[in-house]
Design a binder for this molecule. Structure first.
Ligand code: ZN
Length: 291
């Protein structure tokens, strides 16, 4: 009886081993990522087709395995929130392929970063909103949240990213701002220098999902590049695209301006990865290559 039990156990262990080793699936990721930065996770399998579901904190990304150089893989772009607590975060992947499901798990450590501070004296109405302005801002925020929470489009990005304007950085991502001594939300975007009217280009192929004039952001365009990646372009003097327009990388979508709550013309360039606003710098400088 005991021998039979051992046999059953051995057979079960073998079955589980066979199911999890069907394709030699692997999960590649960095050991450590700094606060506010995007990073790339790669699910690699030697058989396909199939899908991978990757979980990182509150994010759940479901992506297809693509055939490449004799194996199957799925690049997944993820991000760490600027104010995420430093420490280990579980990264898990479930791969469904020809041999059945396979579960993989890793740990990514969120590393603390320090960010510069900026203290500004500004007009009172820049800090305190009227009830009407506040109501308008709340409605616009809800609209933006809806756009950034839609991860249904397939991946259109790949093969590098375009800097939207050639100008240098005037305000970095993560800048901690104080208006008249009061702390404001940290800067979750990158301010790029550019003269009024300079063409603004989309960083990657994608679909325009929102083009509107918002209270803080002014004339704004949101481009969905698929697989959870949305780029944003604020304070435009002119919008040259409409929702539903399909853009190639580098297509002009508007012109640099100073619309919204700003003091001078510049481009605020933002990036959302599965709903987390992260620093676009590693992608447009080529230091992070998701493919
Ligand atoms: Zn900005």
């Amino acid at each position: 009886m005991k021998r039979l039990r051992i046999f059953v156990l051995a057979a079960l262990t073998l079955a589980v081993w066979a199911a999890s080793a069907w394709a030699g699936a692997a999960l590649e990721c960095p050991d450590e990522v700094g606060q506010g930065l995007p990073f790339v996770v790669r699910v690699v399998a030697d058989a396909g087709p199939g899908t991978a579901e990757v979980e990182f904190g509150p994010v759940r990304a479901r992506v297809p395995l693509e055939q490449r150089n004799g194996h199957w893989e799925a690049p997944v772009l993820l991000g760490v929130d600027l104010e995420a607590a430093p420490g280990p975060v579980r990264l898990a992947a479930r791969v469904d392929g020809p041999g059945g499901p396979s579960a993989l798990e890793r740990e990514v450590r969120v590393a603390a970063r320090s960010f510069p501070e900026q203290r500004l004296a500004v007009a009172r109405e820049m800090v305190h909103l009227t009830p009407e302005a506040l109501a308008r801002h709340e409605a616009e925020r809800a609209e933006v949240r809806r756009v950034l929470a839609d991860f249904s489009r397939p991946r259109a990005w790949g093969g590098g990213f375009v800097r939207p304007v050639p100008g240098g950085v005037s305000s970095t991502f993560g800048l901690r701002r104080f208006f008249n001594g009061e702390p404001r939300a940290p800067h979750r975007g990158l301010d790029l220098r550019g003269p009024q009217g300079q063409p603004v280009r989309t960083m990657a192929p994608g679909t325009v999902v929102l083009a509107a004039e918002h209270y803080f952001a002014g004339k704004s365009v949101y481009v969905d590049h698929g697989q959870g990646l949305v780029s944003m372009y604020f304070h435009l003097s002119e919008i040259l695209v409409r929702p539903g327009d399909v853009l190639a990388a580098g297509d002009v979508l508007g012109k640099v301006g100073s619309t919204g709550r700003v003091t001078g013309p510049h481009l605020h360039f933002g990036l959302s990865v599965y709903g987390e606003l992260v620093d676009p710098t590693p992608l447009v400088t080529g230091t992070l290559r998701p493919e």
